[in-house]
Write a protein that binds this ligand. Sequence first.
Ligand code: AMP
Length: 193
Amino acid sequence: MKSIAVFCGSSEGASPVYKECARALGLELAQRGITLIYGGAAVGLMGAVADAVLEADGQVVGVIPHFLKTKEIEHRGLTELIAVESMHERKLKMSELADGFIALPGGPGTMEEFFEIFTWAQLGLHGKPCGLLNVNHYYDPLIALFDRMYGERFMQEKHRAMLLEATTPQAILEQFLRYSAPPVKTYLTEERT
Ligand code: AMP
């Protein structure tokens, strides 16, 4: 695994544990020689994870749309900053560059990015691991919703199993190394027949 995309808040969150976790993830990536792919901003948890990788002499590639360069304050110290035209292009580029995807706590933008990449995995468009770094129980309600999707038959067991989750960077990365993608999507109605 050479590179991992991290989706996370452009804010720091209410508790210092979020930033501590972002920094711990950055350090872990750098120590394992894994390049960080992220949204290219200097603010919030995005800036925190990037700074931690760089301080540990790791590699960071940022992908930022032109119109966000001032709003999200582009990071000036990255190994590489790729400027793109749109949010769609940003997600596509990040998905091409990364071998796996981790969501740290974040807001609607983080969710949007994570859900798109997770649904691409479910459709078999890529076979890369997707995981939630569930620090401070932040993602407990989302994990409960995935369980409900499965329980109410809106999601197959093999796809529910695709959602990796852990409370520490080390644990999520270990799961990524063991991950193998399920066969391409079939539909619940097909399975019943
Ligand atoms: P947030 O979690 O809301 O703080 O946003 C985190 C990151 O997601 C920021 O870099 C946002 O620019 C990005 N983002 C927000 N909305 C979208 C979207 N629709 N598509 C792709 N990225 C987005």
